[in-house]
Design a protein around this ligand. Structure first.
Ligand SMILES: C[S@@+](CC[C@H](N)C(=O)[O-])C[C@H]1O[C@@H](n2cnc3c(N)ncnc32)[C@H](O)[C@@H]1O
Length: 278
């Protein structure tokens, strides 16, 4: 097991405490990343020693929430890296729509406040319309998971403020969201998305098989060992021929590269090889 121990006992004691109190598996995150995020909060509170900050967390619940918010890094947007989503519309959904299963199951792993699963839903709706088979999107079921309860609350609301729209393709705002701010996703998209809490490091994937797993800008914070273990779990959770979409700066590592075939390397789209024909 990865204890995540570093050469700094004060830091190790603090991260062990956070893991114990809040079930946040600090040992599986990159220590440099954790250090940087914790330093942000310590600076904000004018605290210089890890032990003093640990004591502060015991006294101040609100600070503990702020720290967890800072550690989980919830930055997200609708159609974040639009080229990747346009590739999903062109290359992933049309392939999935040809599958025989009644339901097409997609998992947004590390969904933050919901922008990603709603992008997934809208990309399916757009791809189905583009193919001239709008009803195909009604086969899609999206499960969105995250470790962070506050983010999940926002994801459940499915309504987004103006900055979340910076990257959306022309026409998406009007077609798939109600007027006004925050912009509430229309029922066609809402019907496809359900939200639940799940820790990617500590829990098994939600029961599959999945036809599409989108896990973007999450594993980048995990250490290498946890990333590789996760790629193996994704592969097992995917149906043969199912797709995996990673973030722009993420990629498969080590022997997990042999588990998938590239579909669009530039946009980090991979697939579990289809079952060999009998
Ligand atoms: C930077 S956001 C990425 C959101 C979205 N996937 C995107 O690309 O826009 C990272 C998300 O990963 C979540 N996360 C971090 N550690 C996690 C874990 N162990 N299990 C599940 N989610 C986790 C955070 O709570 C946060 O919402």
């Amino acid at each position: 097991m990865n204890t995540g121990a570093t050469s700094d006992p004060g830091f190790d004691a603090l991260t062990a405490k956070i893991a114990r109190d809040r079930g946040f598996a600090c040992g599986s995150y990159k220590p440099t990343c954790l250090r940087r995020r914790i330093a942000v909060r310590m600076r904000a509170r004018g605290v210089h020693r890890y032990a003093d900050y640990a004591a502060l967390l015991d006294r101040d619940r609100d600070e503990y929430e702020k720290l967890i918010d800072t550690l989980t890094i919830n930055v997200t947007r609708l159609y974040r890296n639009p080229e990747a989503w346009l590739a999903v519309e062109r290359q992933v959904w049309p392939a999935l729509f040809t599958r025989k299963e009644r339901e097409l199951r997609a998992w947004s792993a590390g969904c933050s406040s919901g922008e990603e699963p709603y992008t997934l839903a809208i990309s399916a709706l757009r791809a189905a319309e583009a193919a001239g088979t709008p009803a195909a999107a009604s086969r899609v079921r999206i499960t969105a998971t995250d470790i962070d309860l506050r983010s999940l609350e926002a994801a459940r609301a499915g309504a987004f403020a103006e900055p979340a729209f910076a990257d959306v393709p022309a026409g998406v705002r009007e077609r798939w969201f109600e007027p006004g701010w925050p912009a509430r996703a229309r029922d066609a998209a809402r019907a496809l998305v359900r939200v639940e809490r799940r820790d990617l490091l500590e829990e098994a994937p939600p029961p599959g098989p999945w036809h599409l797993i989108v896990c973007r800008n999450v594993i980048i914070y995990f250490d290498r060992e946890s990333q590789e273990a996760l790629f193996h779990r994704f592969r097992d959770a995917l149906a043969p021929g199912g797709f995996l979409v990673l973030g722009k700066v993420e990629t498969l590592l080590g022997d997990s590269r042999a588990l998938f075939e590239p579909v669009n390397s530039r946009e980090r789209i991979f697939r579990r090889p289809p079952a060999a024909a009998a």
